[in-house]
Design a protein around this ligand. Structure first.
Ligand code: ZN
Length: 198
């Protein structure tokens, strides 16, 4: 890309490292940013750095938040005896958007995948088991319906069964391999309401 000057090429290169951004989009973004007013670009850059610096895991549910406890865990109206296990913070957001779930969450940050070398120790499973020592009546497993999501669901259910806590799995109807965040709210609500005990 030596037909662009060094700083333009560097900007394009950095942008093309973002997920889903190919070289063409990176070029488009780079020229867009270069043509924006300075204060807009400054604000974007400050926002990225601020989020990166301050966002951390909620110490209860492990979702990403900028507080010690996320807004859900710090809400006294949420039912702490029901924990929904999701793969990532975006899945949590998808369920929150329906506005019908009153329990709390547990974010695993991934799913077990022998193929990719992701084992039970690489996701927040130990942390889930610690939470189950408290007063918990039901664990709803809402991992994706991909192979990894199903493997994880099975693993968790085997782990929890001996504790006597009720374990359920969201109903199928969530398309196989479908990322939860792309599924419409009606489908998600149906999957949640039609959950089956494992
Ligand atoms: Zn939380």
């Amino acid at each position: 890309m030596d037909y662009y000057s060094r700083q333009i090429s560097e900007l394009i290169e950095e942008l093309s490292k973002l997920p889903g951004v190919g070289n063409k989009s990176a070029q488009r973004l780079a020229f867009y940013l270069i043509n924006r007013p300075m204060e807009d670009v400054q604000k974007l850059s400050d926002t990225i750095i601020g989020a990166r610096k301050n966002v951390r895991y909620c110490k209860q549910c492990w979702t990403l938040t900028d507080q010690e406890l996320c807004p859900i865990c710090s809400n006294p109206k949420r039912d702490r005896t029901t924990i929904m296990v999701v793969e990532d913070t975006r899945d949590l957001a998808a369920y929150e958007k329906i506005g019908k779930y009153e329990g709390v969450y547990h974010v695993l940050h991934g799913a077990i995948s022998p193929m990719l070398g992701v084992g039970p120790g690489d996701i927040k499973l130990k942390e889930l088991m610690v939470r189950l020592q408290g007063d918990v009546r039901e664990v709803i497993i809402a991992t994706n319906s991909s192979l990894e999501g199903e493997t994880t669901a099975m693993y968790i259910s085997k782990l929890i069964k001996p504790t006597g806590i009720k374990v359920s799995r969201i109903a199928s109807g969530v398309p196989v391999g479908g990322d939860l965040e792309y599924i419409d709210e009606v489908t998600l609500l149906r999957a949640l309401e039609g959950r089956v005990e494992l």
